[in-house]
Design a protein around this ligand. Structure first.
Ligand SMILES: [Zn+2]
Length: 242
């Protein structure tokens, strides 16, 4: 069994590569899938047949005879073989194929049951773990940025499904404050702006929440007097004051 699952592949691969890989997988372009030592080999039919190897420990470790693969870049062929390794040729559902995008408001009024609330909080904490401090040498810089991307992709999917209510507005605010603490004092290096961009998206969701259910504005109160890393709280406080 591989040490990764479809979620890992979906969240940790950039969206265009994942989409192309899923299309290769679904159109039956993967042939001769075999177990090979600590990984899997297959032939992937692209513009010519490519020989692909993917590790069973980490799906982005392996090789491919295509141009990108020969230049040590994760290619759609490797990702397609990794998908096969975890799905064993089964059909992918629409959800399986969904890739991360900007966080958006679900637009649906509602509250979470106690059980769902706990589950959401747990998954937010799990997503948060990918947004970690940077301490390594510059050669692992890209792996580090990928981890921030993956964390934001995971969180983005969670928040986009939340119903609109004061209850969920609280969850989003707490998440923003936790992310802010990471940016301002925990050594998260967001030079690429991934985390900041995600946070701005969540602020937009909260403004939408306030428009759909004005009671959500009350929860913005806890931002009063807070000094945040880049002033993201300003539009929310302006709402609270109206
Ligand atoms: Zn390739």
């Amino acid at each position: 069994m591989p040490k990764y699952d479809l979620e890992k592949i979906r969240f940790a691969t950039d969206a265009p590569t994942f989409q192309k890989a899923a299309a290769l997988y679904e159109s039956g372009k993967i042939h001769n899938f075999q177990f090979a030592g600590a990984g899997y080999t297959a032939t992937v039919l692209g513009s010519s047949p490519y020989q692909v190897y993917v590790s069973d420990r980490s799906y982005d470790q392996g090789s491919c005879t295509c141009y990108l693969g020969q230049n040590d870049t994760l290619c759609k062929h490797m990702v397609a073989v990794a998908i096969w390794a975890v799905t064993k040729g089964k059909r992918m559902s629409e959800e399986d194929k969904q890739t991360a995008s900007e966080p958006v408001s679900s637009g649906k009024i509602g509250i979470l049951s106690k059980q769902d609330l706990l589950a959401i909080k747990k998954s937010i904490t799990e997503g948060m773990r990918y947004i970690k401090s940077y301490s390594g040498p510059s050669r692992i810089w890209f792996a580090y940025q990928n981890s921030l991307d993956e964390g934001c992709a995971r969180l983005s999917e969670i928040v986009s499904k939340l119903p609109v209510s004061p209850q969920t507005a609280e969850i989003l605010l707490d998440m923003l404050l936790r992310l802010d603490a990471k940016l301002s004092s925990s050594g998260v290096d967001d030079s690429n702006g991934t985390v900041g961009g995600f946070m701005e998206g969540v602020v937009k969701i909260l403004l939408e929440f306030a428009r759909l259910d004005s009671r959500c504005k009350l929860s913005f109160r806890k931002l009063k007097g807070k000094e945040t890393s880049f002033g993201w709280e300003d539009p929310l406080l302006a709402q609270f004051n109206t």
